[in-house]
Design a protein around this ligand. Structure first.
Ligand SMILES: Nc1ncnc2c1ncn2[C@@H]1O[C@H](COP(=O)(O)OP(=O)(O)OP(=O)(O)O)[C@@H](O)[C@H]1O
Ligand SMILES: [Mg+2]
Length: 267
C-alpha cells in the first residue's frame, strides 16, 4: 500500500517544502521506499535534494528531462532521479508553471485536468511506500491535482495569525472543493503540524492555543517544529549529515515520522 502525503497551507513560506523534504529523508532512512514529487515551479525541493545528493556522492548533479516534458510525453516516471538510498525525486523546474495552460489544451473539463496527475501516477505508484507531493502556496490546477492524488494532507501551521487563517481556509477548501466538488477519492487531513516562529515566544503559545480551539487538540501534532538555523542553512548547502546540529534536526524529524506513522495507522 502506498501512502500519498501533501504538506500544505495556503500561505507561502510556512515550511511546506522544509517539512516534506526532511520527512522524506527520515522515511527513506527507515527503509521505506519514498518518492517526492516536486510540483512547485520554484523547484525549492528539487534544489535541496540535488544538493543533498551532491553532498552524499561528491559529484555535481544535473537532470535531463523536466517534469513538464514528462507530462507532455505522458511519462513522468522517466524523470525520476535517485537522491539517496530509498529516496527518489521527480524534479520540478520553472517551465512547470505552464502546466495549467498546457492542460487546458488537453482536456475541456477542469475536473478531468484535476484527475490527470493521479492517472499518470497510477501505473507505478505501488513501487513506493510513501509519496510526498510538494506544492506551491496558491490555489491552482497544480494544488488541486496534488490534493486529488493525496491520501493525507498535513497542514503546516506557522505560529502566526495569517498562517492560522491560511490553515482554516485550506481545510474549508479541501471539504468544499476537493471532496464535495471533485470527489477526491481518498483525501483526508492527517493533522496540523505547528512550526514555531520563535521557540516558545508568547506569539507561539497564543497561536497554538487558538489553533487547538479552532481545530481540536486531537487534530494537532504533538510534535512541534522548532526554529532551527540549520534548516535554513540547508537551503544553501543541501542536507548535511555531519555534526550535532544535523543530528538535532534528525531527532526532530524522527519524532515527526513516528507521529505521522502512528496517525496513519489510527486513521
Ligand atoms: N523550522 C525552521 N527553522 C528555521 N527555518 C525554517 C524552518 N522551517 C522553514 N524554514 C525556512 O523558512 C523558509 C521558508 O520555508 P519553506 O521553503 O519550507 O516554506 P514553503 O511553505 O515551502 O514556502 P513556499 O510557499 O514558497 O513554497 C526557508 O528559508 C526555510 O529554510
Ligand atoms: Mg515550498
Amino acid at each position: 500500500m502506498t501512502t500519498v502525503l501533501t504538506f500544505s497551507n495556503f500561505k507561502g513560506g510556512t515550511g511546506k517544502t522544509t517539512n516534506s523534504t526532511m520527512t522524506g529523508i527520515e522515511l527513506a532512512k527507515r527503509g521505506f521506499k519514498t518518492l517526492l514529487i516536486d510540483l512547485d515551479p520554484q523547484a525549492n525541493a528539487t534544489n535541496l535534494y540535488l544538493k543533498t545528493k551532491e553532498n552524499v556522492n561528491g559529484e555535481f548533479v544535473t537532470f535531463g528531462q523536466t517534469l513538464m516534458a514528462g507530462i507532455k510525453n505522458k511519462d513522468i516516471k522517466a524523470t525520476i532521479i535517485e537522491v539517496i538510498n530509498n529516496l527518489d525525486i521527480i524534479p520540478s523546474s520553472a517551465d512547470f508553471a505552464l502546466y495549467p495552460r498546457y492542460m487546458e489544451t488537453v482536456f475541456q473539463s477542469y475536473t478531468d485536468r484535476v484527475k490527470y496527475l493521479s492517472e499518470l501516477m497510477s501505473e507505478w505508484k505501488n513501487e513506493y511506500d510513501y509519496i510526498l507531493i510538494d506544492v506551491p502556496p496558491t490555489i491552482s490546477l497544480i494544488t488541486d491535482s496534488a490534493l486529488y492524488a493525496t491520501d493525507y494532507a498535513v497542514i503546516v501551521l506557522q505560529t502566526q495569525e495569517r498562517s492560522l487563517q491560511g490553515a482554516e481556509a485550506f481545510i474549508h477548501y479541501l471539504q468544499e472543493t476537493l471532496i464535495n466538488q471533485f470527489h477526491a477519492p481518498t483525501l483526508d487531513v492527517l493533522g496540523i503540524l505547528p512550526v514555531l516562529l520563535k521557540n516558545g515566544a508568547p506569539v507561539d503559545i497564543s497561536t497554538l492555543s487558538k489553533a487547538e480551539k479552532m481545530f481540536g487538540k486531537e487534530n494537532m501534532f504533538q510534535t512541534t517544529i522548532k526554529n532551527m538555523e540549520r534548516l535554513k542553512r540547508y537551503d544553501v548547502t543541501g542536507v548535511t549529515f555531519k555534526d550535532q546540529f544535523d543530528r538535532a534536526v534528525e531527532a526532530v524529524y524522527k519524532k515527526v515520522v513516528d507521529e505521522l506513522i502512528a496517525r496513519i495507522l489510527e486513521g
